[in-house]
Design a protein around this ligand. Structure first.
Ligand code: ADP
Length: 483
């Protein structure tokens, strides 16, 4: 056995995982679940921190994801248990009505910086639900049901009846906090369970029939509802990329997602992936998007956006942008700030550092440019796979430099990994996800995969970083019924 095999995360075999979860469900809740639903995590080739600016993102749905076994209740309670060893604190009970009350309470504004704490004890009793003091992972699930109920008010086939509740048992094959969107996988798998158990659409399409009943348009609406759960209930500033690919990805394809209107195209990856693989390296430096850093970067870029007089930064670039247009937008920014170092001296920058806002602007614009370039490369069926791979690799590495120097969301382990894997044969690599932790994505010739894994493990050991874990990214099917 290869010495690094232990650090490889397998996606597991869905039917075995599902069978195991069913057995645990019976032990936990004393009855059979009605079904098991799965939603994948994602790896994003390019397009970080630009979904909320209307940029293009190029994510792939992973084979790794989150499984939810569930059965309905009639008493308006959610009883939830996660089998993640670090988050599991037994069954958590909350009342759907109490969730409604808390979310509707303005004193718990989603943007008040009050992030749920990962380690904090989650709600164990409905009476502990105090507005402003709620916390914990259960809010991703409760928020998803809340958002589905709102969606059901305008879409009769997705209506959630009064008094609906459910028992849920959750397990995941994703690293949690690894920048591969375990939170979106949790929301989207719970969403499918709720659609199946609560709504007229679910009742009319039992079992796996739900998969085909959920067309792309319905999936887009469910993704928007999951995003709403994360923004309005959890309080994280997501732009919808993660939920979209989890619900609308396709096996063997990268999703080319235009975040101006959430239209997607699916570009086949079989040519490129015949001789190459995408390897995700989980640095195991857990991040927390709710702690304000992600939102701070976003606020810098929004300040630049206001100064430039657009509603989203994508509007600064034409349909098929070139480098010159990025430079022109930056020159316009310089003109408007008039070289003031203190942002408070330049109208619209809300007391922020001019230099920092300029860097965020440059990250957003170049990231959007890279996405358009990648989109063209991957859509070009005439391009020879080796040439395509070399071009994709270069764009990945340029994306990392931008995450490091302009978005300023990288960290030493990610920088060291990008450098090291490139030295031992990767065609390119970059930090993916929101940053401040998470995973590095590398494009690797398949015959160099073991060498890259070995070198990555070694550099972390030598430099005193946590030992990383590795996952091969096989672009996979979207959220679905498993059994
Ligand atoms: P990432 O996308 O990098 O995995 P996020 O910050 O988006 O990280 O989400 C991680 C959070 O999502 C966890 O702290 C937890 O609250 C919730 N979560 C994700 N997966 C699970 C799970 N299987 N069980 C319980 N909570 C989960």
């Amino acid at each position: 056995m290869h010495s690094d095999d232990a650090a490889r995360l397998s996606p597991g075999e869905p039917h075995r995982i599902s069978a195991g979860l069913r057995t645990r469900f019976v032990e936990e809740f004393g009855r059979d679940p009605d079904g098991v639903w799965f939603a994948p995590g994602r790896a994003n080739l390019n397009g970080e921190h630009v979904d909320f600016h209307g940029g293009r993102c190029l994510p792939m749905a992973l084979a790794h994801g989150t499984y939810v076994a569930a059965a309905p209740r009639q008493d308006g309670l959610l009883r939830l248990r996660t089998l993640d060893p670090e988050l599991d604190a037994g069954v958590q009970t909350l009342s759907v009505a109490a969730v409604d009350a808390v979310v509707g309470d303005d004193s718990r504004a989603p943007d008040d910086g009050e992030a749920p704490e990962i380690e904090a004890p989650v709600i164990t009793d409905v009476h502990t639900l105090v507005p402003g003091e709620v916390s914990g992972w259960t809010w991703y699930v409760a928020g998803t049901l809340w958002a589905l109920a709102r969606l059901g008010e305008e879409t009769p086939e997705l209506a959630v009846p009064e008094g609906f509740g459910a028992d849920l048992l959750i397990c995941s094959t994703l690293p949690i906090g690894g920048g591969l969107s375990s939170s979106a996988a949790l929301e989207c798998s719970a969403m499918l369970a709720f659609v199946a158990l609560a709504t007229p659409l679910g009742a009319a399409n039992p079992g796996t029939a739900l998969d085909s009943a959920l067309d792309d348009e319905l999936r887009a609406r469910l993704a928007a509802a999951c995003m709403r759960a994360e923004v309005e209930v959890v309080g994280a500033g997501t732009g919808g990329l993660d939920q979209t690919v989890s619900l609308r990805g396709r096996a063997g394809h990268v999703v080319s997602l235009d975040c101006r209107d959430f239209t997607v195209e699916r570009l086949p990856m079989d040519g490129l992936l015949a001789e190459h693989a995408f390897l995700a390296i989980d640095t195991r430096q857990a991040h927390w998007l709710g702690d304000g850093q992600f939102d701070d970067r976003r606020a810098d870029s929004e300040a630049a956006m206001h100064l430039l007089g657009v509603d989203r930064l994508r509007d600064l670039l034409p349909e098929h942008p070139e480098t010159g247009e990025v430079d022109a937008a930056l020159a316009r920014f310089d003109e408007l700030t008039g070289g003031h170092e203190l942002a408070s001296e330049a109208e619209g920058l809300e007391g922020r550092s001019t230099a920092a806002c300029r860097r965020r602007l440059r990250h957003a614009l170049t990231e959007m440019l890279r996405s358009e370039q990648l989109d063209r490369i991957l859509a070009d069926e005439g391009l020879e796979p080796t040439t395509a791979a070399a071009q994709v690799g270069r764009i990945l590495t340029a994306g990392h430099a931008s995450m490091r120097d302009d978005a300023e969301v990288s960290f030493p382990a990610a920088d060291a990994l990008v450098e090291t894997v490139s030295e031992v044969g990767a065609l390119g690599a970059r930090l993916i996800g929101g940053g401040f932790g998470g995973s590095v994505l590398a494009l690797v010739p398949r015959d160099r995969e073991d060498a890259v894994i070995g070198a990555a493990a070694r550099v972390c050991q030598e430099q005193g970083f946590t030992a990383p874990r590795f996952l091969t990214v096989e672009p996979s099917a979207p959220a679905r019924v498993v059994g």
